[in-house]
Design a protein around this ligand. Sequence first.
Ligand SMILES: N[C@@H](CCC(=O)N[C@@H](CS)C(=O)NCC(=O)O)C(=O)O
Length: 218
Amino acid sequence: MIELYDLVGANDLRFSPFCSRTKAVLRYKNLPYTTETVRFTEKHKLTFSGQDRVPVIRHDDGTVVSDSWTIACDLEERQTEPRIFPGLGHKEACHFFNLYVDNTVHPALAPVVVGDIFDKIEPGDRDYFRQSRESRFGARLEDIAARRDEFRPQLQKALADLNATLAGQEYLFGVFSYADICLFGTFTWVTRVSDEPLFDNAPDLRAWWERMQERFTV
Ligand SMILES: N[C@@H](CCC(=O)N[C@@H](CS)C(=O)NCC(=O)O)C(=O)O
């Protein structure tokens, strides 16, 4: 059975976008797995993986793989069907989309929701979270949260493009692929930690999100 190292917040909240992607791939491929929880201050649990981020998976044969994209490629190689890269060029397109979500959509989302995450993590992890995020953003969490309205237009632009992509089609690349899983992980994160309305001006994106939720619980 695959063992997945999964980030956990207060009250067993599983909110990591990257871990949700891995869980969605495992579910889609019907691969049984167990989870080992990791709090922000429990990085020692990941030492065996040679790095300090989740997700990490350990296969029955002892092989260890980290990074959600690398894990997706590894699982697709080990168990081809059903495919997350369904046709010629999909792996490459999904790789680009993964980079787009992580480097463009996440930076548009993060300043809008980062203040909300603080309350959702274990009190014992909050100092670490504050320190690491404040140094990443170069500002106090409360100051970022207070400027939420300033950050929203950038987020709305990204959501509008995703909405336009989904108008008249069920999935991001027409057929279901890892691109959908990738964005699904991101929205799982945001909707679990925040009440920020994502879909008020994005009906096609909302319909896609509802379809994805029918497909997966992670
Ligand atoms: N590129 C990596 C990113 C992994 C990542 O940043 N994971 C976060 C959890 S959402 C983490 O481990 N954070 C620990 C920390 O911030 O200290 C992936 O796709 O898996």
